[in-house]
Design a protein around this ligand. Structure first.
Ligand SMILES: Cc1ncc(COP(=O)(O)O)c(C=O)c1O
Length: 475
């Protein structure tokens, strides 16, 4: 670790979030917990999640719902982070949950969500998963195809329970997010198309003793930087809801607008101009959820002009499935510089850390930009460029642009004279990080710490051991 002594800046770094993410006495602190002490206690690399920040993010969503004339329910998309301590924080914060597999359903029930709080999405559910969901009596199984309606009806017959179902639609609604995160395109694998919807409703309504047709669903994608796609999604669903009522007399009880509320990954914009404009706008989206809900409610009021429509709207609850916006900025990955090389030919200084894309998969799949700061010298000027890379045996395991795509900066700026032993932090890494981690190269998964009010930290996941690497193997 560097022994250089720097005068601590009195100006908060641009990435700081008062009371949560701060530089104190030079160190990065998380709700007051010193990141260097956390690593001494739990090891490096380390995922750190903030319970108070999760609570605040949920409170922000709940506040946003005040713009709505209709009831609103938020079902946390647990795919974003299903660590049990995080799920408990979400449960305690008072919202509901969305799951995408039997495993996530199991975790949701184990942590204490009631079945009536759970929505089950997914393109490829197994009979066992459907049986578990229907037997439990969850709020809704979101059906992804015409074929799956039959599967749910069979699960209802097998379990002797009536299934609540919602039809997931795939209209053609594009967003300004990464193409891999857009899910309302006809080229995507999700949902039931416009031309199939009425047939799908008829099929689902054909077995009222087995299937309760409760709602309609569109998820336009993740990290959606504009309000318009949400309003468009509402309108698409509304036209089907009205038509269904006219043709069959059936009124739906909920409209599900999915997830996608964005996180601002560029609070610190010091390297933002090194990103392409579209990427910058997507990553730097600072939409308040109330703007999204406001746009949806305006679309709803405009749509429900006559008495019949007003009556239909009066029966509807709005559901949202926020994942990223609940946990994205509530997590940090702490990683230690383990090695350094100075390349005479290029003049580059390479810092080799202990956190690779096996801990933050989207760094490689989507070239996702996570702000990198020195946790050891959090308030020092970050103006020296480095090539920073993880420990995996892949040339793609780097924190900079490698494919000439220009989607990441060519260098990462950190304080001068970084040496092995310095602790770095990848900020805004609470969503789709631990949930997608894997023990590639025989690297045991790291520990997880959850920080509470007042900086108290608890272990939220034990570091895997070498024995854990063998746990499922048979030889
Ligand atoms: C169906 C569904 N709902 C909700 C989400 C959560 O999205 P986000 O984390 O962007 O809020 C996802 C993830 O893409 C999803 O597939």
């Amino acid at each position: 670790m560097t022994t250089e002594h720097v005068a601590h800046s009195t100006i908060a770094p641009a990435w700081a979030i008062p009371g949560y993410l701060e530089a104190r006495d030079g160190h990065l602190t998380i709700n007051g917990a010193d990141s260097l002490k956390l690593v001494r206690r739990f090891g490096s690399p380390l995922y750190v999640f903030s319970e108070p920040r999760v609570r605040e993010n949920v409170a922000r969503l709940v506040r946003a719902a005040r713009v709505s004339d209709r009831p609103v329910r938020f079902c946390y998309a647990s795919k974003a982070n299903s660590n049990m301590a995080v799920l408990k924080a979400v449960l305690d914060a008072g919202i509901d949950i969305e799951v995408n597999s039997g495993g996530e359903l199991y975790k949701a029930l184990r942590v204490g969500f009631r079945p009536g709080q759970i929505i089950f999405n997914g393109t490829s559910k197994t009979d066992e998963e459907l049986d578990d969901a229907v037997r439990a009596g969850i709020l809704s199984v979101n059906v992804d195809s015409l074929y799956e309606i039959g599967l749910v009806a069979e699960a209802a017959r097998r379990t002797g329970k009536r299934a609540n179902v919602t039809l997931r639609l795939v209209p053609e609604i594009s967003t300004r997010s990464h193409i891999g995160l857009q899910t309302a395109l006809l080229t995507s694998k999700f949902g039931i198309t416009h031309s199939e919807v009425q047939n799908a409703f008829r099929r689902a309504l054909a077995s009222p003793d087995l299937v309760n047709v409760a709602g309609i669903h569109i998820h336009v994608g993740s990290q959606t930087p504009d309000v318009e796609p949400f309003a468009e999604a509402f309108k698409a669903m509304w036209s089907h809801l009205v038509r269904l009522h006219r043709e069959t007399g059936h009124a739906l009880s909920h409209i599900n607008l999915g997830g996608g509320i964005p996180v601002n990954y560029l609070r610190d914009r010091s390297q933002a101009d090194q990103l392409p404009e579209a990427e910058r706008e997507m990553l730097g989206a600072s939409l308040d959820p109330s703007e999204i809900l406001g746009a949806v409610m305006r679309a709803a009021r405009e749509s429900a002009r006559d008495a019949e429509a007003e009556h239909l709207l009066d029966q509807v609850t709005f559901l949202f499935e926020p994942g990223r916006s609940v946990v994205g900025d509530a997590g940090v990955v702490l990683t230690t510089v383990r090695n350094i090389k100075r390349r005479p030919e290029t003049g580059d200084v390479w810092l080799l850390t202990d956190a690779g894309f096996n801990l933050l998969l989207s760094m490689t799949t989507y070239s996702w930009y996570y702000q990198l700061v020195s946790a050891s010298r959090a308030d020092s000027p970050h103006a020296t460029p480095y090539k920073v890379a993880g420990p995996l045996c892949d040339s793609g395991d780097v924190y900079f642009d490698i494919e000439g795509e220009g989607r990441l900066p060519d260098y990462r700026n950190l304080p001068a004279e970084v040496e092995p032993g310095e602790l770095l932090a990848l900020l805004n890494s609470g969503a789709y990080s631990l949930a997608q981690a894997f023990p590639y190269n025989g690297r045991p998964l790291p520990a997880v710490a959850i920080v509470r009010d007042g900086g108290r930290a608890d272990l939220a996941r034990k570091r895997d051991t070498y024995e854990d690497l063998l746990a499922g193997d048979v030889w």
